[in-house]
Ligand binder design. Sequence first.
Ligand code: ADP
Length: 487
Amino acid sequence: MIEVLSVTAEVYPLIKTGGLADVAGALPAALAQSGVTMRTLIPGYPAVMSRMTSGREVWSSEDLFGVPARLIAGRVEGLDLIVLDAPVLYDRPGNPYVGPEGWDWPDNWKRFAALSWVASELGLGLVEGYRPQIIHAHDWQAGLVAAYVKYGPSATLKTVMTVHNMAFQGTFGAEIFPQLRLPQHAFSVEGVEYYGGVGYLKAGVECADVVTTVSPSYAAEIRTPAFGMGLDGLLNNRSATVHGVLNGIDMDAWNPATDPALAQNYTASTIQQRGVNKRALQEAFGLEASNGPLFAVVSRLTWQKGIDLLAANIDQIVQAGGQLAVLGSGETELENAVRAAVMRHPGQVGLVTGYNEALSHLIQGGADVMVVPSRFEPCGLTQLYALRYGCIPLVSRVGGLNDTVIDANVAAMQADVATGVQFAPPDAHALGDAIRRTLALYADEKSWKKMQRRGMKSDVSWQASAARYAQLYASLIGVTTDDNPDH
Ligand code: ADP
């Protein structure tokens, strides 16, 4: 067994703001079949602490970056957790990263340095009887792990850094450096220094033994200035250690045959029963009962996600007899753009703001088309859920969207392999064309159903990718695994 400590700022089902939580939550079970034991280190936010009632304290200190802290180990929802309970840092309302007014917590540098420092100490044997061989750090919040390990005493402890989104880098002023518990020479280009300040993601990408990102296409894209967001040069230097490993989905949590959030469960062979969910969805969004194509969005409403491109095309969807249901929240202008469309097209366009896990499932089970018009997309999960639920993904041809959806062009339709619609470049005009293509495909009921069934059969599980992670871990510590997906 390979022992890995996963370090993350969110993990489903305890605390989730996006895809990172889904991935961190699903990986341990997926890896168990590949000979990897994974425990997860997570901050003790209120939502986490309330679930740790039967955990036991395994370490405590009066001075973790100046505040009292303890570690609590326990199992919750099948996850083997180590929770960093430091109330001064984490016992706060709302989101893991921002306060109730929407601003980043000003001490985020300390909140996540503390998490990363504790992770590296766990790797050195902080808790008796537990010593991971590898620490797997996720995103900038865990970026310093690799720096603490690199500048620490262990020559055998290995680190993996996974970048779920290059856009969030965790950059701070140089003034925090003296408080990070790193040696002075770590403030250098080989360490944590980044454009004169401290870069947490940069530190992870620079110092980790292996860097992964969540799709092969994104792994290639981030080596270019357009997608690298300042780290493309570094990634090019380290290209031999950068791997793209596609995310999978939790096949139990996302199963249309058993999903309790659906009005009607179904399988590929009973796909016509999706109609019951479509009707429930129309009701939930205040839409008229209609058999026209129901487009949907489940997303953060941000520039990255291309919601403005969709907003520019809503009238076209409605004029063609289609409807649109949007679940999400984010930037005010984008919310307002969708809201204006709801006012223009009452009964045809609906918006539900806020976060609603159950409704996100119903959308996958009832909508006809899942629109994901991202400008960049490291992997994307909503299109994977859509495939599994027989909801046709309409996606921009970037990152993981490119790797997971097969465009319904003439050749792919003739070869019976298409699973969705892609468009490029990510602009409103190309999306408009793709919507017209989707409408034409929808009009051919028989081939649409075939495409839905094909999507439902495509492999969106963790199986191949978990084996790939296991292989990367094994190569780091010099052992081999039997699970070689390349053979
Ligand atoms: P990202 O992590 O960039 O936000 P992903 O597609 O990787 O995008 O993951 C988004 C995850 O968050 C999916 O599980 C999606 O269903 C979920 N999600 C996004 N917005 C909402 C919302 N408003 N309500 C419920 N789930 C949401």
